[in-house]
Ligand binder design. Structure first.
Ligand SMILES: Nc1ncnc2c1ncn2[C@@H]1O[C@H](COP(=O)(O)OP(=O)(O)OP(=O)(O)O)[C@@H](O)[C@H]1O
Ligand SMILES: Nc1ccn([C@H]2C[C@H](O)[C@@H](COP(=O)(O)O)O2)c(=O)n1
Length: 239
Protein backbone atom coordinates (compact mmCIF):
# COMPACT_ATOMS: atom_id res chain seq x y z
CA UNK A 1 0.00 0.00 0.00
CA UNK A 2 1.66 3.28 -1.07
CA UNK A 3 1.84 6.03 1.55
CA UNK A 4 0.95 9.44 0.13
CA UNK A 5 1.10 12.58 2.23
CA UNK A 6 0.83 16.15 1.06
CA UNK A 7 1.46 19.23 3.19
CA UNK A 8 -0.03 22.63 2.32
CA UNK A 9 1.22 25.67 4.21
CA UNK A 10 0.44 29.31 3.60
CA UNK A 11 -1.17 32.45 5.00
CA UNK A 12 -4.86 32.97 5.78
CA UNK A 13 -7.26 32.66 2.85
CA UNK A 14 -4.57 31.70 0.34
CA UNK A 15 -6.79 28.76 -0.64
CA UNK A 16 -5.24 25.91 1.37
CA UNK A 17 -8.53 24.26 2.38
CA UNK A 18 -9.90 24.53 -1.15
CA UNK A 19 -6.82 22.91 -2.64
CA UNK A 20 -6.60 20.25 0.08
CA UNK A 21 -10.22 19.23 -0.39
CA UNK A 22 -9.70 18.93 -4.12
CA UNK A 23 -6.56 16.82 -3.78
CA UNK A 24 -8.02 14.61 -1.05
CA UNK A 25 -11.15 14.05 -3.15
CA UNK A 26 -9.23 13.37 -6.32
CA UNK A 27 -6.68 11.03 -4.73
CA UNK A 28 -8.99 9.39 -2.14
CA UNK A 29 -7.10 10.65 0.93
CA UNK A 30 -7.89 11.95 4.41
CA UNK A 31 -7.76 15.72 4.96
CA UNK A 32 -6.66 17.34 8.23
CA UNK A 33 -6.91 21.11 8.79
CA UNK A 34 -4.55 21.77 11.71
CA UNK A 35 -5.93 25.30 12.10
CA UNK A 36 -9.13 23.76 13.48
CA UNK A 37 -7.23 22.37 16.48
CA UNK A 38 -5.83 25.84 17.21
CA UNK A 39 -9.35 27.25 16.85
CA UNK A 40 -10.71 24.62 19.28
CA UNK A 41 -8.25 25.66 21.99
CA UNK A 42 -8.94 29.32 21.20
CA UNK A 43 -12.61 28.60 21.89
CA UNK A 44 -11.70 27.14 25.30
CA UNK A 45 -9.51 30.18 26.01
CA UNK A 46 -12.25 32.57 24.86
CA UNK A 47 -14.71 30.82 27.17
CA UNK A 48 -12.52 31.65 30.17
CA UNK A 49 -9.96 28.88 30.40
CA UNK A 50 -7.00 31.22 30.24
CA UNK A 51 -4.58 29.24 32.41
CA UNK A 52 -4.47 25.58 31.61
CA UNK A 53 -5.11 24.84 27.96
CA UNK A 54 -3.24 21.57 28.26
CA UNK A 55 -5.98 19.75 30.09
CA UNK A 56 -8.10 19.99 26.91
CA UNK A 57 -5.48 18.09 24.95
CA UNK A 58 -4.59 14.46 25.55
CA UNK A 59 -7.72 12.40 25.22
CA UNK A 60 -10.15 15.32 25.68
CA UNK A 61 -9.78 16.94 22.28
CA UNK A 62 -10.72 14.60 19.43
CA UNK A 63 -9.94 15.82 15.92
CA UNK A 64 -11.34 13.58 13.19
CA UNK A 65 -10.11 14.51 9.71
CA UNK A 66 -12.33 14.37 6.64
CA UNK A 67 -11.88 11.14 4.69
CA UNK A 68 -12.54 10.66 0.98
CA UNK A 69 -12.95 7.29 -0.74
CA UNK A 70 -11.26 6.25 -3.97
CA UNK A 71 -14.22 7.53 -6.04
CA UNK A 72 -14.01 10.92 -4.35
CA UNK A 73 -16.98 10.29 -2.07
CA UNK A 74 -16.95 11.81 1.42
CA UNK A 75 -16.64 8.89 3.84
CA UNK A 76 -16.20 10.91 7.04
CA UNK A 77 -16.81 14.60 7.79
CA UNK A 78 -14.18 16.81 9.45
CA UNK A 79 -15.31 16.95 13.10
CA UNK A 80 -13.93 18.15 16.42
CA UNK A 81 -15.03 17.16 19.91
CA UNK A 82 -13.93 18.82 23.17
CA UNK A 83 -14.78 16.87 26.30
CA UNK A 84 -17.22 14.76 24.26
CA UNK A 85 -19.13 17.86 23.00
CA UNK A 86 -19.03 18.54 19.27
CA UNK A 87 -17.63 22.02 18.64
CA UNK A 88 -17.08 21.82 14.86
CA UNK A 89 -19.36 24.79 14.19
CA UNK A 90 -18.58 26.73 17.39
CA UNK A 91 -14.96 27.46 16.55
CA UNK A 92 -15.70 30.21 14.03
CA UNK A 93 -16.69 32.96 16.46
CA UNK A 94 -15.14 36.17 15.02
CA UNK A 95 -14.48 37.51 18.53
CA UNK A 96 -11.93 34.75 19.15
CA UNK A 97 -9.07 36.27 17.15
CA UNK A 98 -7.17 37.45 20.25
CA UNK A 99 -7.53 33.99 21.83
CA UNK A 100 -6.20 32.46 18.61
CA UNK A 101 -3.08 34.61 18.90
CA UNK A 102 -2.57 33.56 22.53
CA UNK A 103 -2.93 29.88 21.71
CA UNK A 104 -0.77 29.87 18.59
CA UNK A 105 2.05 31.82 20.29
CA UNK A 106 2.42 29.40 23.21
CA UNK A 107 5.30 27.00 22.41
CA UNK A 108 4.17 24.36 24.93
CA UNK A 109 0.66 24.33 23.49
CA UNK A 110 2.09 24.09 19.96
CA UNK A 111 4.14 21.04 21.00
CA UNK A 112 1.07 19.33 22.45
CA UNK A 113 -0.98 20.12 19.36
CA UNK A 114 1.80 18.72 17.19
CA UNK A 115 1.68 15.49 19.20
CA UNK A 116 -2.09 15.25 18.64
CA UNK A 117 -1.62 15.78 14.90
CA UNK A 118 1.11 13.13 14.79
CA UNK A 119 -1.34 10.67 16.26
CA UNK A 120 -3.96 11.57 13.64
CA UNK A 121 -1.43 11.19 10.82
CA UNK A 122 -0.31 7.87 12.31
CA UNK A 123 -3.91 6.66 12.26
CA UNK A 124 -4.84 7.80 8.77
CA UNK A 125 -1.50 7.60 6.90
CA UNK A 126 -2.51 8.70 3.41
CA UNK A 127 -3.40 12.29 4.06
CA UNK A 128 -3.38 15.94 3.00
CA UNK A 129 -2.62 18.30 5.91
CA UNK A 130 -2.97 22.08 5.85
CA UNK A 131 -1.60 24.64 8.31
CA UNK A 132 1.19 27.12 8.93
CA UNK A 133 4.16 24.86 9.67
CA UNK A 134 3.08 21.42 8.50
CA UNK A 135 5.95 20.54 6.17
CA UNK A 136 8.55 21.56 8.71
CA UNK A 137 7.07 20.06 11.87
CA UNK A 138 4.55 17.35 11.03
CA UNK A 139 5.29 15.98 7.55
CA UNK A 140 8.99 16.52 6.77
CA UNK A 141 8.89 13.42 4.56
CA UNK A 142 5.69 14.40 2.70
CA UNK A 143 5.43 13.22 -0.90
CA UNK A 144 4.76 16.84 -1.93
CA UNK A 145 5.12 19.99 0.17
CA UNK A 146 3.15 22.97 -1.12
CA UNK A 147 3.52 26.58 -0.03
CA UNK A 148 0.43 28.43 -1.25
CA UNK A 149 0.41 32.21 -1.48
CA UNK A 150 -1.82 34.99 -2.79
CA UNK A 151 -1.60 38.76 -2.49
CA UNK A 152 -3.02 40.38 0.63
CA UNK A 153 -5.71 42.19 -1.38
CA UNK A 154 -6.88 38.99 -3.05
CA UNK A 155 -6.88 37.04 0.23
CA UNK A 156 -8.96 39.75 1.90
CA UNK A 157 -11.44 39.80 -0.96
CA UNK A 158 -11.75 36.00 -0.97
CA UNK A 159 -12.42 35.91 2.76
CA UNK A 160 -14.92 38.77 2.54
CA UNK A 161 -16.85 36.94 -0.17
CA UNK A 162 -16.67 33.63 1.70
CA UNK A 163 -17.89 35.03 5.02
CA UNK A 164 -20.58 37.18 3.45
CA UNK A 165 -22.18 33.86 2.53
CA UNK A 166 -21.48 32.04 5.81
CA UNK A 167 -21.86 34.84 8.38
CA UNK A 168 -18.39 34.23 9.87
CA UNK A 169 -15.32 36.39 9.97
CA UNK A 170 -11.63 36.31 10.75
CA UNK A 171 -8.94 38.94 10.36
CA UNK A 172 -6.79 38.72 7.23
CA UNK A 173 -3.48 40.48 7.72
CA UNK A 174 -0.14 40.53 5.95
CA UNK A 175 1.99 37.39 6.35
CA UNK A 176 3.17 37.08 9.96
CA UNK A 177 6.78 36.53 10.97
CA UNK A 178 5.93 32.84 11.41
CA UNK A 179 4.46 32.75 7.87
CA UNK A 180 7.58 34.38 6.44
CA UNK A 181 9.98 32.03 8.25
CA UNK A 182 7.90 29.02 7.33
CA UNK A 183 7.85 30.04 3.67
CA UNK A 184 11.65 30.09 3.55
CA UNK A 185 11.84 26.77 5.43
CA UNK A 186 9.35 24.99 3.14
CA UNK A 187 11.14 26.22 0.02
CA UNK A 188 14.38 24.69 1.25
CA UNK A 189 12.87 21.21 1.62
CA UNK A 190 13.05 18.53 -1.08
CA UNK A 191 9.81 17.90 -3.03
CA UNK A 192 8.55 21.40 -2.25
CA UNK A 193 6.77 23.83 -4.54
CA UNK A 194 5.43 27.34 -4.12
CA UNK A 195 2.19 28.19 -5.92
CA UNK A 196 1.03 31.80 -6.15
CA UNK A 197 -2.75 31.63 -6.56
CA UNK A 198 -3.31 35.39 -6.91
CA UNK A 199 -4.28 35.18 -10.58
CA UNK A 200 -5.24 31.50 -10.74
CA UNK A 201 -8.74 30.05 -10.39
CA UNK A 202 -8.97 27.22 -7.86
CA UNK A 203 -9.11 24.61 -10.64
CA UNK A 204 -5.78 25.84 -12.05
CA UNK A 205 -4.18 25.70 -8.59
CA UNK A 206 -5.31 22.07 -8.24
CA UNK A 207 -4.06 21.16 -11.71
CA UNK A 208 -0.71 22.77 -10.95
CA UNK A 209 -0.42 20.83 -7.68
CA UNK A 210 -1.38 17.56 -9.38
CA UNK A 211 1.18 18.11 -12.10
CA UNK A 212 3.87 18.72 -9.49
CA UNK A 213 2.80 15.63 -7.59
CA UNK A 214 3.02 13.45 -10.70
CA UNK A 215 6.44 14.87 -11.51
CA UNK A 216 7.86 14.25 -8.06
CA UNK A 217 10.30 11.43 -7.51
CA UNK A 218 8.60 10.54 -4.23
CA UNK A 219 5.24 10.01 -6.00
CA UNK A 220 6.79 7.87 -8.72
CA UNK A 221 8.47 5.63 -6.20
CA UNK A 222 5.39 5.47 -3.93
CA UNK A 223 2.84 4.65 -6.62
CA UNK A 224 3.57 2.07 -9.34
CA UNK A 225 2.71 3.27 -12.90
CA UNK A 226 -0.43 1.10 -13.19
CA UNK A 227 -1.81 2.52 -9.94
CA UNK A 228 -1.39 6.19 -10.83
CA UNK A 229 -4.52 8.25 -11.34
CA UNK A 230 -4.90 10.37 -14.46
CA UNK A 231 -4.16 14.08 -14.39
CA UNK A 232 -7.12 16.48 -14.05
CA UNK A 233 -6.82 17.62 -17.68
CA UNK A 234 -6.88 14.00 -18.89
CA UNK A 235 -9.96 13.44 -16.75
CA UNK A 236 -11.66 16.40 -18.48
CA UNK A 237 -10.90 15.02 -21.94
CA UNK A 238 -12.31 11.64 -21.01
CA UNK A 239 -15.55 13.12 -19.60
N1 LIG B 1 -7.64 30.10 -6.48
C1 LIG B 1 -8.73 30.67 -5.98
N2 LIG B 1 -9.38 31.61 -6.66
C2 LIG B 1 -10.48 32.22 -6.16
N3 LIG B 1 -11.02 31.94 -4.95
C3 LIG B 1 -10.41 31.00 -4.22
C4 LIG B 1 -9.25 30.32 -4.67
N4 LIG B 1 -8.85 29.45 -3.73
C5 LIG B 1 -9.75 29.57 -2.71
N5 LIG B 1 -10.68 30.49 -3.02
C6 LIG B 1 -11.78 30.93 -2.15
O1 LIG B 1 -11.18 31.74 -1.15
C7 LIG B 1 -11.79 31.50 0.11
C8 LIG B 1 -10.71 31.09 1.13
O2 LIG B 1 -10.18 29.84 0.74
P1 LIG B 1 -9.74 28.76 1.80
O3 LIG B 1 -10.72 28.66 2.92
O4 LIG B 1 -9.44 27.52 1.02
O5 LIG B 1 -8.39 29.42 2.35
P2 LIG B 1 -7.43 28.89 3.53
O6 LIG B 1 -6.04 29.19 3.11
O7 LIG B 1 -7.74 27.48 3.86
O8 LIG B 1 -7.86 29.83 4.74
P3 LIG B 1 -7.51 29.63 6.32
O9 LIG B 1 -6.03 29.78 6.48
O10 LIG B 1 -8.21 30.73 7.03
O11 LIG B 1 -8.02 28.29 6.76
C9 LIG B 1 -12.87 30.45 -0.14
O12 LIG B 1 -14.12 31.09 -0.29
C10 LIG B 1 -12.46 29.80 -1.43
O13 LIG B 1 -13.57 29.31 -2.17
N1 LIG C 1 -0.27 24.71 11.90
C1 LIG C 1 -0.92 25.83 12.31
C2 LIG C 1 -2.25 26.04 11.97
C3 LIG C 1 -2.88 27.17 12.41
N2 LIG C 1 -2.20 28.07 13.17
C4 LIG C 1 -2.89 29.26 13.66
C5 LIG C 1 -2.96 30.39 12.69
C6 LIG C 1 -4.30 31.02 12.94
O1 LIG C 1 -4.15 32.05 13.93
C7 LIG C 1 -5.13 29.91 13.53
C8 LIG C 1 -6.18 29.35 12.63
O2 LIG C 1 -5.61 28.94 11.43
P1 LIG C 1 -6.41 29.02 10.03
O3 LIG C 1 -7.68 28.26 10.24
O4 LIG C 1 -6.68 30.48 9.76
O5 LIG C 1 -5.49 28.41 9.04
O6 LIG C 1 -4.23 28.91 13.95
C9 LIG C 1 -0.90 27.85 13.48
O7 LIG C 1 -0.29 28.70 14.19
N3 LIG C 1 -0.26 26.73 13.05
Amino acid sequence: MPRISISIDGPTASGKTTLATDLAQFLGLAFLDTGLTFRSLALAHFNGDTENLHHHLGSHLKHHPAVYGTSGELVQRHRIFLHEKEITEDIWNPSMDDSLKTVSRDPAVRRSILQLHREVVGTYGDIVVVGRDVAVTLLPAATLKIYLTASLAVRRERRRAQYRLRGRSTAVGPPTERDAENRVAVRSLPDSVEIDSTYLPASAVSASAMNRLHASAAWRSAVPAEGRVTRPEERCEEA
